[in-house]
Design a protein around this ligand. Structure first.
Ligand code: SF4
Length: 367
């Protein structure tokens, strides 16, 4: 197939769905890791095509959702300073910290700007030498190479007014945390195709063997997802445990080696807190000592900020596949996309937002 529309073909989707129905003989719970996949699954109504034995649960792969509360509070504190231009991807602006969000800083006169890449932030730093430009570097392995490159370029260009508030997280440690939990119900994973385009899937092979779970590298279109689900279920039915690549148009086993090298040059692996989940050892990236001059936490003295998560939001359990958004007592009542109480309702990739949005669309279509 060459064109995007072909990956959304309804007849082909029905064909896959029928093949899944014919094949499945036992219950299976599969987790897609990426929030983009969660949204596509809900948008195209894929759970309704699957037999009742198959349960899809939604993983921690939405970067906005897992950025810890205290990092949001640090961002709010830095962004409120008069000398700062604070740059962030749009979704992060509405994520509630314990003392408000970045949009409320902007409403109070703070210079908070939406950017589409770290290169935009570098341009701002060059254009405003009298200001401190801070980039909120969130995301998984997908965005880490570009953010690492921004630090490299800032050094090459001698930019002393540029820094990054780094909140990068890594997928494999989160998979370990989910699979080793006593509450784990995940029997197979759809690995995120874009992360694997950077990192490859060599690092998933020992995870599959250690926990005896199939892992299928999967894309983001409906047919990609149905194929990933089909191949994962097929392994479970046949008692096989392998890492399979169902996204070969973008992913090679070894990944993008130059991108990985850039990440390794700039970042080191550190312990990281995940919102709603807590600390996961060796699950994040921080700037290496050689790049510490670009560390906004050090530059603005906010490294000490710590905050406890509110107890009412169960997004941590949702992100581990233990609960679904409908299990949250405030889902769709006190917590909606207009009044989000947790990050999984704020982000366009969050599981709660996906359930709310596509449930509402279905309800409207039914009346
Ligand atoms: S519905 Fe809101 S409060 Fe409940 S888990 Fe989702 S984000 Fe948290």
């Amino acid at each position: 197939m060459k064109f995007l529309d072909e990956y959304r073909d309804a007849d082909a989707a029905q064909h896959y769905a029928r093949a899944i129905v014919r094949m499945v003989t036992r219950p299976a719970t599969i987790m897609e890791i990426c929030g983009g996949q969660t949204h596509a699954i809900m948008r195209y109504g894929l759970p309704e095509l699957l037999p009742p034995e198959v349960t899809l649960v939604h993983g921690p792969g939405c970067p906005v959702c897992v950025t810890p509360l205290e990092l949001v509070d640090k961002a709010v504190e830095v962004a409120a300073r008069p000398e700062v231009i604070f740059c962030s991807f749009g979704d992060m602006l509405r994520v509630p910290g314990s003392q408000g969000d970045l949009l409320s800083v902007k409403a109070r006169g703070g210079d908070v700007r939406t950017v589409y890449s770290p290169i935009d932030a570098l341009k701002l730093a060059r254009a405003h030498p009298d200001k401190q430009v801070v980039f909120f570097a969130v995301g998984f392995e997908t965005t880490a190479p570009a953010n690492a490159m921004a630090a490299v370029q800032a050094r090459q260009q001698g930019l002393r007014n540029f820094s990054m508030l780094v909140s990068h997280v890594l997928v494999p440690p989160a998979m370990h945390a989910i699979l080793s939990s006593p509450h784990n119900r995940v029997q197979g994973f759809l690995a995120a195709g874009h992360v694997c385009a950077v990192m490859g899937y060599v690092e998933y092979e020992p995870i599959a063997q250690q926990y005896q779970v199939p892992i299928v590298v999967t894309g983001f279109e409906p047919l990609d997802l149905l194929q990933g689900i089909y191949r994962c279920l097929k392994q479970l039915e046949e008692g096989r445990v392998e890492v399979e690549n169902a996204y070969p148009r973008f992913v090679r086993r070894e990944g993008n080696l130059p991108a990985q090298a850039t990440m390794r040059d700039v970042f080191r692996v550190i312990d990281r807190k995940w919102r709603g989940i807590g600390a996961i050892p060796q699950s994040g990236l921080g700037l290496k000592e050689q790049y510490a001059e670009f560390d906004a936490e050090q530059r603005f003295g906010v490294a000490h900020v710590t905050v406890e998560e509110p107890s009412e939001c169960i997004s941590g359990l949702i992100l581990q596949g233990v609960k679904k958004p409908f299990d949250c007592p405030v889902f769709g009542t006190r917590c909606t996309p207009e009044t989000p109480m947790g990050a999984t309702m704020v982000s366009s990739e969050g599981a709660c937002a996906a359930y709310y949005r596509y449930r509402e669309l279905k309800d409207r279509a039914a009346h």
